[in-house]
Design a protein around this ligand. Sequence first.
Ligand code: PMP
Length: 427
Amino acid sequence: MLDPIRIRNDFPIFRRMIDGKEIIYLDNAATTQKPYQVVEAIKDYYENFNSNVHRGIYRLSEESTDMYERARKNISEFIGSRDPRSLVFVRNTTEALNLVASSLGKSLASGDEILLTEMEHHSNIVPWQFLKDKGVKVQFARINENGTLSIEDFKSKINQKTKIVSVTHVSNVLGTINDVKELGKIAHENGSLYVVDGAQSVPHMPIDVTDIDCDFFAFSGHKMLGPMGIGGLYGKIDLLENMPPYMGGGDMISSVTKEGATWNSVPHKFEAGTPNVADAVGLSAAVDYLRKIGMDEIRKHEMDLILYALQEEHYIEGLRSFGPKSIHIRAGVYSFNIGDIPAFNLEKEMEQSGVKISRDAIHPHDVASLINGEGISIRSGHHCAMPLMDKLNVQATARASFYLYNTREEVDKFFIGLNDAIMRFRQ
Ligand code: PMP
């Protein structure tokens, strides 16, 4: 069984007190804290190995290149890839998805369709919307009342025009875990390419891209104990080899003449310019750390925390939480509102037609700000998922999200803090 108290000792930030209070960090869906093992790996790289990769024929450059490529191998194995060449280093999930959309988009034509879901993060919506200029249509599979994806609607929206299906593995608002293997089968039977946004899954559960059989898989290092500014795009080798590059520059070419250029082999074709070697090394250290604790253990721990939160929520008057209630299809993301926070357009409509809006509601920004006073960090807003907010008929939600260093005691403190905040607000 994972021991969050012992794990916390590895995280220097938890030694810090804010206004005399210990930090209760419940914003892990936004970014995670870093253990000293990761901080040390980055420091060690800059102190002992720093030099540019793939170019120098001197000791430091050879060592640096070796560290960078070993990091690639380690991280690609962590997500279940059988070949390190399938992992392109990028800055984050956003860049990974932009790369795929931009590169695959070049071969799309007017009338082609992309199928997404209503629970996507903006980074899995906007890059596809860029293709609208070419006449490409972006479709959204509906979600059910309980926050799960409607498979019937998904199936009804996939057709011969659907060239790409791109879905999130885990919703950063609802915590819903999509059956990405099943969705991939449907996509492939239809002849569509299949992309998975793994930003909220890789950090929290065992991932095997080979078993999922996705064509592309995107993730961010900073959400899995690694540094900011490094992430990964997994792609099947034959697909990557046949795709046009995303950015041009040094390292991604094989040769350049005044007339044109030929491309380097995969994955270098997609890594133009000096890469983020230190943070690749840092992310590799994060992967070692997670592997040592065990991804199954992390998933079990988070299931326990979300189960506990779903039990405790009943004590809070006026609380409405979002997402599936079954912990088997639910990650450690807990979005909620206190009272009704209707969407802006609905609020106006309701007022105009004389429907009374409950003024007992507390805006999620106020909720987050009030419990910040207790040393508790949660997020509020639209969570970069505005189409989902529309679907839920809310302007915004508050969100607590858990990780391996959070405890049941912290969940208790969160609900006690929330209750106190509500009392103070209504006084
Ligand atoms: N997809 C999902 C589901 C996310 O939760 C996030 C981050 N909130 C992203 C994509 C984008 O990640 P990044 O900002 O690291 O690019």
